[in-house]
Design a protein around this ligand. Structure first.
Ligand code: ARG
Length: 440
């Protein structure tokens, strides 16, 4: 028996297998090498949910591959021991549980903070940022295991398939990519049936109304009643945020210290990024901060109603953007807005691995040296507002700004400035009047 091959002709060719060293010569026959019928491996990004659980069985049955599962801890607060047990029980030959919180915060979220990343002005990219990291780990484990490919649980309608596959292809084009959920075309009912037949536990699944993805940077909620964009999201969609109208009647103040564009302290206490974000998620969430209702343009052309909870992300970006206003010139700010929005679109659209991201970051990084200081935030019934900011790089000059007598600004200079500033518009209006007067 030869090495089993995937049936789909569209899959890229398998890379040479590390385990092809498992060859031995048959007894008494030195000319005919025999291959141990060892199954080829696929590394599956496994969440522990129904889709990726069914995917384990499906990859085994349909392709005849063995499945190695991988789950990253990105701060989603899952029970990783339980996920591992479940994967192994469903027949995964090995499971990797990797704590990637530090890497996620320091290599991905940090860049999003510096770019004030909000896709279409609203979505902090929490799910989008995690995909390239998950893809990178899939590829690393595939190399380690000598696997022929990787698999993910995305559908064919979303952005995540793009993010996973673009990243994997860029890192190792020889790896096959299997997307069971996109391929199998099972309805929810058929999937449940399949799960039942294969002994996949359904108990947690039955009460689920929403499709949820979460990590340190936010919680994305889709589906169920949210699919009607004219209807307010029910309270059941939210987990991290108190309803703003039920939030405490007195505000909480928090001073966020920034150094080189990144938050480094809360109320004067220095913290690593992971802890700082976790703490802010809890604090801001308890004041009802972080709810987002977004009618979003997916890369594949679908408009989709997405609900998010991102208490820390919204608070930090609000503070960061404000501090930038203090320390960057208006020309830098205007240009940076374009760079920031290009960065957000690129990352949303799955092109983390494109060199343009690093090119844009070259500019962004250069501006961040001065983004150091303290921003005081007021968290109150759903809003996170800046109420004070200070920085040794602040360009704010009280002598220029004050209406008091001690001002250093010479108002007489403005007369000529205003005249010249308005000159082009004055001329254009005069010409327009003349032209319409003569009927020309
Ligand atoms: N629309 C968001 C994005 O594309 C979130 C996707 C969330 N996925 C989910 N399974 N709920 O980044």
């Amino acid at each position: 028996m030869g090495i089993p091959r995937g049936p789909s002709a569209t899959l890229p060719a398998a890379r040479p297998r590390a385990r092809s060293s498992n060859l031995f010569k048959g007894k008494g026959d030195l000319s005919e090498p025999k291959v141990i019928p060892m199954k080829e491996l696929i590394v599956l990004a496994y969440s522990g949910g129904l889709d990726t659980s069914v995917a384990i069985k499906w990859i085994q049955e349909k392709y005849g591959f063995d499945v190695v599962t991988m789950t990253l801890d990105l701060g989603q607060g899952s029970d990783f021991k339980l996920i591992e047990e479940k994967a192994l029980k469903l027949g995964a030959v090995r499971h990797y549980s990797i704590d990637s919180k530090e890497e996620f915060a320091n290599e991905y979220i940090s860049r999003a903070i510096k770019a004030n990343a909000l896709y279409e002005g609203k979505y902090p990219l929490s799910t989008a940022l995690s995909r390239p990291l998950i893809s990178k780990k899939l590829v690393e484990i595939a190399w380690k295991e000598g696997a022929v490919g990787v698999a993910h649980g995305s559908t064919g309608k979303g952005n995540d398939q793009v993010r996973f596959e673009v990243t994997v292809r860029a890192l190792d084009p020889s790896l096959r990519i299997i997307a069971p959920i996109r391929e199998w075309g099972l309805s929810r009912h058929e999937e449940m049936e399949y799960a039942r037949r294969h002994g996949i536990p359904l108990s947690e699944e039955l009460g689920k109304t929403f499709s949820v993805d979460k990590n340190l940077w936010g919680r994305s909620v889709e589906g169920g009643p949210l699919e009607d964009p004219s209807v307010e999201p029910p309270e059941g969609a939210f987990e991290w945020t108190r309803a703003p109208w039920d939030a405490p009647d007195s505000p909480a103040y928090v001073e966020i210290g920034f150094d080189g564009g990144l938050p480094v302290s809360l109320n004067g206490e220095r913290k690593g990024l992971v802890d700082l974000i976790s703490e802010l998620n809890a604090l801001a969430g308890s004041h009802g901060v972080g709810r987002i209702d977004h009618l979003e343009d997916r890369l594949v052309g679908i408009k989709s109603r997405e609900v998010y909870e991102c208490p820390a992300a919204l608070t930090i970006i609000e503070a960061h953007e404000d501090l930038e206003k203090a320390v960057l010139t208006r020309h830098e700010l205007e240009f940076k807005q374009m760079v920031d929005s290009a960065w957000s679109r690129l990352v949303y659209n799955g092109l983390w691995v494109d060199p343009l991201r690093e090119d844009l970051e070259g500019f962004i990084e250069r501006t961040q040296e001065r983004v150091s200081g303290i921003v005081k935030m007021k968290l109150y019934k759903g809003s996170a507002s800046v109420v004070g900011r200070s920085s040794r790089f602040s360009l704010y000059d009280i002598g220029l700004a004050t209406y008091g007598v001690e001002t250093t600004f010479d108002q007489r200079l403005s007369e000529g400035f205003v005249e010249i500033w308005g000159l082009a518009s004055k001329v254009a209006n005069a010409v327009r009047r003349r032209a319409s007067g003569t009927g020309a």
